[in-house]
Design a protein around this ligand. Sequence first.
Ligand code: BEZ
Length: 252
Amino acid sequence: MANQNWSPEEYRTKAYFVHELGLPVIELLAPKEGEKILDLGCGTGTLTKELANRGCETVGIDESPDMVAAAREIGVDARVHDAEHLHLDETFDAVMSNAALHWMADQYAVVRGVWKVLRPGGRFAAECGGEGCIRIIREGMKIALIKRGLDYKARNPWKYPELGAYSKILENQGFKVSYIARIDRPTPLPNGLRNWLEVFANSHTQGFSQEERESFFTEVENYCRPMLYTEENGWLADYVRLRFLAYKPQNA
Ligand code: BEZ
């Protein structure tokens, strides 16, 4: 995961909507009481806890020690682990992931790892950013970085897979894809775009002074405002989701 510093406190106060909007992936997973479920990229553990509240045995993994500590504080069995190198000595009935896969560079490695930890018949339900996600915000950041002579590609931490390409990755691994959709989901940013950038644009602003960060954020806001802001709705981020459910066959 590229140069992103996670602050659980900032995430809880400024990006709480990420988890609130994660409920559809739980509905798609349809967890049953007693099932053992791995939450891949669990963050502060809010959705992992939701699964536990529904009677599941849960484990959450995240690359960020601070996020794992925050998840443990709310009682989640959370572990620091890299999802691109998944080695766990246990198997699961299901793997769930919300708003995490697009931070991981090698989706082949992630899907291979998920396959390994699932029991035959197990399922993989996930939602992440899909092709075209936050295109306008990314354009704003790209223009502001180029203006500073900086390499946008090297600083961009996100990969937003296409539906067809992701289906192929799953199927080539042996999964049966039972549902996959690309969903436009304009997302209200209740605390505004600047707060969103403060939480998520660490990698883009690496090495910036506080003053440089502020002027970068102002430029991105100014670029995005005509397209993403209205008096009526406030800021609406141009999110696109990729949501899917896939099975590891019983005979695998
Ligand atoms: C997303 O869920 O697509 C997303 C979340 C945070 C930063 C970038 C994208």
